[in-house]
Design a protein around this ligand. Structure first.
Ligand code: GDP
Ligand code: GDP
Length: 452
């Protein structure tokens, strides 16, 4: 399971600055497509071969009411479920009553917790350290989110205890000899089949959908192989295909009926996305696309998981409302336009069976091993059609391509002056690969390797 780190602190201590610094690399990709950075509260980040999930819990000020209270509730829950908490305080302001209140909460919860004395560029680190020792949470680590100071030591402290990611794919595969035909690798998870996470905001119909999927006559549900954390992993078979459903709604079997027993959890949701091959993203057609949907989808895109979108509660909607929802989808979900969209009713079962076809197609697209000669041929054809631009009078040369990873497919392109390849040209290559290889339901990543 990918570790979860929560950023906590009152407003203006530097949480978003820290969040942006730690998730920076991926941010760029997501922001470019969706314009989501401003309000994003969670992201995927990497440090020394370890992937982790970072949550900005939002400013806790201690006097939340109304909608703020709801936010604070999710924040507190995230703290509860996180593996470690980074508690930011402001060295320039010194220790405040709100800091003390938050500190007390953390001390009571007995959380793995690190006090970060931020903005240490403005004061003596030793003074900052002394200032915050009354919190009783150990020595504060002096950091500067804005200037990048103390970050490595902080990550070592917070993440050093977690094992590195298992390397799923070789970085550089030998150019495959062969017939140009794709091969589907049995990934490490073949025994679980396709891992599908059912994701969505509270009340969009996740548990109803899980029930519907597992309750179908043609579905054989196996005993749970064991649960990890809070999400429930339910192996089942349908036709010749094996699946494992990762259920974030906490549906439990009671005889023949499955019933939901848990409430929505951001941490659980993010981890389920991380752990899935394919995310079935459920939205409520009656509410349209809301901010929280976009945030979650931004995270799905960041992780590179395959994606199928289900617009639920399609039953009983007026034609005018349906048209409106469809227009909204096109306008606001263009950044995930590679995903199939289904209009379903989990309650009545309409359209639910069709989800599987998209799930399978997305999975196949995400994990197929394309041989080097095929990828290189597509590259050559694309370059012939449209030359990359000249840089300082020399043309960028793209020589060959190979697959560097799966789920999402990573296409590694070797050439000269690759650092100068414009984004628009990368987009062109990505679209070409998508079209020629008929890839659906998965993002594609393109990476360049230079050298003469
Ligand atoms: P948040 O409300 O906790 O998310 O705080 P922000 O990240 O928005 O930061 C609040 C203000 O503090 C902004 O003006 C930042 O530029 C500034 N800030 C953040 N980190 C640092 C730092 O390391 N040094 C200094 N001097 N300013 C910082
Ligand atoms: P969850 O919180 O995402 O697991 O949502 P639930 O499955 O608990 O559903 C929330 C509410 O929406 C319940 O009252 C369901 O009966 C209702 N609901 C779920 N799916 C549908 C649907 O397809 N159509 C309609 N009309 N209601 C639905």
């Amino acid at each position: 399971m990918v570790p979860v780190i929560a950023l906590v602190g009152r407003p203006n201590v530097g949480k978003s600055t820290m969040f942006n610094r730690l998730t920076k690399s991926r941010d760029a990709i997501v922001a470019e497509y969706s314009g989501l950075t401003r309000d994003r509260q969670y992201g995927e980040a990497k440090w020394q071969g370890r992937t982790y999930i970072l949550i900005d819990t939002g400013g806790l000020s201690g006097d939340e009411e109304g909608i703020d209270a709801k936010m604070a509730e999710q924040s507190l829950q995230a703290i509860e479920e996180a593996d470690a908490v980074l508690f930011l305080v402001d060295s320039r302001d010194g220790l405040t009553p709100t800091d003390q209140m938050i500190g007390e909460h953390l001390r009571k919860r007995n959380k793995r917790c690190f006090v970060l004395a931020n903005k240490v560029d403005t004061v003596d680190p030793e003074i900052a350290r002394a200032e915050f020792s009354p919190l009783g949470l150990g020595d504060a680590l002096p950091v500067s989110a804005a200037h990048g100071r103390g970050i490595q030591a902080m990550l070592e402290a917070a993440l050093g205890v977690f094992p590195r990611d298992e390397v799923e794919e070789p970085e550089d595969v030998e150019p495959a000899a062969g017939d140009g035909q794709p091969r589907r690798t049995p990934g490490p998870d073949e025994k679980d089949g396709i891992k599908i996470a059912i994701i969505g905001r509270p009340n969009v119909g996740k548990s109803t959908l899980v029930n519907r999927m597992l309750g179908e006559d043609r579905v054989i549900v196996y005993d749970q192989a064991g649960t990890t954390r809070d999400s429930i992993y339910i192996p089942f078979e349908r036709g010749d295909e094996k699946y494992t459903l990762i259920d974030t709604a906490g549906v439990r079997r009671r005889g023949k009926i499955f019933e939901a027993v848990e409430k929505f959890s951001v941490v659980k949701t993010l981890q389920a996305i991380q752990d899935a091959n394919v995310v079935v993203f459920v939205m409520d057609a009656r509410e349209g696309v809301v901010e929280h949907d976009l945030n979650l989808l931004g995270f799905v895109l960041e992780t590179g998981r395959a994606l199928v979108i289900a617009l639920n509660k399609w039953d009983g909607m007026q034609p005018g409302e349906r048209d409106y929802v469809k227009t909204e989808l096109e306008r606001r979900l263009f950044f995930v336009n590679f995903a199939d969209v289904h209009f379903i009713s989990a309650l009545h079962g309409t359209g639910v069976g069709h989800l599987y076809k998209s799930v399978q197609a997305a999975f196949t697209s995400a994990v197929t091993r394309w041989p080097t000669n095929r990828l290189t041929q597509i590259l050559e054809d694309a370059v012939q059609e449209h030359q990359p631009p000249l840089v300082n009078g020399r043309r960028i040369k793209l020589r060959y391509a190979h697959l560097g990873g799966a789920n999402p497919p990573l296409i590694v392109i070797h050439g000269n002056q690759v650092e100068a390849v414009p984004k628009s040209y990368s987009r062109y290559l990505e679209n070409t690969y998508r079209r020629v290889l008929k890839l659906v339901g998965t993002p594609i990543r393109i990476e360049y390797k230079g050298g003469e």
